[in-house]
Write a protein that binds this ligand. Sequence first.
Ligand SMILES: Nc1ncnc2c1ncn2[C@@H]1O[C@H](COP(=O)(O)OP(=O)(O)O)[C@@H](O)[C@H]1O
Ligand SMILES: [Mg+2]
Length: 231
Amino acid sequence: MAKIVEVSSVAKDYGEGGIITHALRGVDLVLMAGEFTSMAGPSGSGKTTLLNIIGGLDRPSSGTVHIEGIEITQLPGTQLSRIRRDRIGFIFQSFNLIPVLTAFENAEYVLMLQNVDKEQRVERVMRVLREVGLEGLEHRFPRELSGGQQQRVAIARAIAPEPALVLADEPTANVDSETGRSLMELMRRLNEEKGITFLFSTHDRAVMERARRLIKLRDGQIIEDTEPRNL
Ligand SMILES: Nc1ncnc2c1ncn2[C@@H]1O[C@H](COP(=O)(O)OP(=O)(O)O)[C@@H](O)[C@H]1O
Ligand SMILES: [Mg+2]
């Protein structure tokens, strides 16, 4: 099995001079292709910081991050953006859809940046929207969709470019628990059927329970790394 992510001795400090926050203090983590992993930990434990560093949205103060064997922490911006665009999907707590674009256009957007031709874009976007259960709602704007449906659009957008890795920062935090469970079922199915590697951060029991591997973070360090269920 291929290593998708390798985090080695990553530290992240915020602030300078007076008050410095040690958001991460020496994190080591390997994710293999096809894993479905949750990161749990109290607010402020460093979950978002770690996801942002793995996804190349932020750079560590020290340490290295490899994505599919490529060390990303020293890459120039243009190369890093390309890896982010082509290999990594992001799902956020607050959905982060573009309000003036329809569900279809939100999911299509990255494919346009990738210069995928129109015919292929339509084919792929219609397929992923069907896969996330939004058939018939392609032309709705985000404000015309429920929170759960908006998060399904965000999932479709994340998987449309066929990434190796999807990072999801508290993806169920803004929906009710029943909707959260169904979103987790969906992502689990995408993981099993398409082999996409997922890494979540969460406070939510239902998310932790769906994970095959559970990592606990506290004060910027991994304090536990277990496989609670062998499914
Ligand atoms: N941009 C920032 N500037 C300063 N401190 C930050 C910044 N982002 C996060 N922090 C601090 O880093 C620590 C970890 O934050 P975060 O990664 O957001 O934790 P979590 O997602 O687990 O709640 C917290 O103490 C937080 O206040
Ligand atoms: Mg967070």
